[in-house]
Design a protein around this ligand. Structure first.
Ligand SMILES: [Fe+2]
Length: 325
């Protein structure tokens, strides 16, 4: 079946494949991402490893050796063999553990990582609630399309019931993209008075697999209004195969003084975030990708985003992406 998108489903970068607390020492876990079977395990020294689940055929092993790639041979070593045939060796993936995540580096041409995911100051901070899973979804879409959602300011008004949204800043720094927009809500207080509140949404993309969103409310908390709380959303997307992407969303709230209120707020906000996230899914699964969409004022920096995203594709898939300029 022909792809819905004019570029590969597997852009280069860092992608979440598991959570650190799910992988104790000696646990072995099968994975399926990037259209292939993988094995995740944690060795006695506490280090997480990801490897291809199946040995290469003799031709593939020879190609790896000819490129001088480092290989390991865990499977046969675990069976007590001390003489490992070169053809029975497999190459480990580059793995990082940061912010409670196990991430792998995918590169279509097997090149080494050129940038890293930084530690997040709010992770494990006493001033923030522990990150909780909002939801995880298997979406029939492309990872670039899923992340384009955030720069599509117009849809915030019509899909997510924001009163209005406005682009403020779009800055790119290599693999990092910082995107700032303001949204306006009209709130009704207990007395019936209507107040306009401006919120700030600050997104930081680290490639296409890891997106951080800070939400800063523009007004102090008002009883009955659940959005008056600063929070952080983590959005992780990892290609499963040519057609599907696995997306996880986690959230953490800045703690107010009243802990009881925090718990109530968290449960209500988790429900709201789940509802809002799931509104996008049927659109993502059915929309058509157009190289040159008819954009209007207020649509957001969609073409700038696409040009930034084009750096994550290898040359054989770049030609069509560049036509979007
Ligand atoms: Fe959305």
């Amino acid at each position: 079946m022909e792809s819905r998108f004019p570029f590969t489903s597997f852009p280069n970068g860092w992608f979440r494949v598991a959570y650190s607390d799910e992988l104790p020492v000696n646990k072995v876990q099968p994975l399926h991402y990037f259209g292939q079977d993988l094995v995740l395990f944690r060795s006695e020294d506490g280090v997480a490893h990801v490897m291809d689940a199946h040995l290469l055929d003799s031709r593939g092993a020879e190609e790896q050796r000819s490129r001088g790639e480092k290989t390991i041979s865990v499977i046969l070593q675990r069976q007590g063999s001390n003489k490992i045939a070169p053809k029975a060796q497999v190459k480990p993936w580059d793995v990082r553990e940061v912010n409670g995540l196990i991430l792998v580096w995918y590169h279509a041409q097997k090149e080494l990582p050129t940038w890293e995911i930084p530690e997040l100051a709010e992770y494990n901070s006493s001033e923030w609630t522990p990150f909780q899973l909002v939801g995880k979804w298997k979406i029939r879409s492309h990872i670039q399309e899923i992340n384009e959602n955030a720069v599509d300011t117009a849809h915030l008004q019509f899909i997510h019931q924001v009163y209005s949204a406005q682009a403020v800043a779009f800055e790119q720094d290599g693999a990092i993209l910082r995107w700032l927009c303001h949204t306006k809500d009209k709130l009704t207080s207990d007395t019936g008075a209507i107040a306009e509140v401006i919120n700030e949404l600050k997104f930081t993309y680290y490639g296409l697999g890891y997106v951080l969103q800070h939400f800063y409310p523009g007004a102090p908390f008002q009883p009955g209004v659940m959005f008056r709380q600063e929070f952080i959303n983590f959005n992780f997307s990892t290609p499963i195969d040519q057609d599907y992407v696995e997306t996880h969303q986690l959230t953490s709230f800045k703690k107010p003084v009243n802990q009881i209120y925090t718990s109530k707020l968290e449960s209500q906000m988790l429900e709201i975030l789940t509802i809002e996230s799931e509104k996008d899914i049927p659109i993502l699964e059915n929309k058509i990708y157009r190289n040159s969409p008819l954009l209007c004022n207020g649509d957001g920096p969609i073409m700038q985003y696409r040009r930034w995203a084009s750096q994550f594709y290898t040359c054989q898939t770049l030609t069509k992406v560049l036509t979007t300029k």
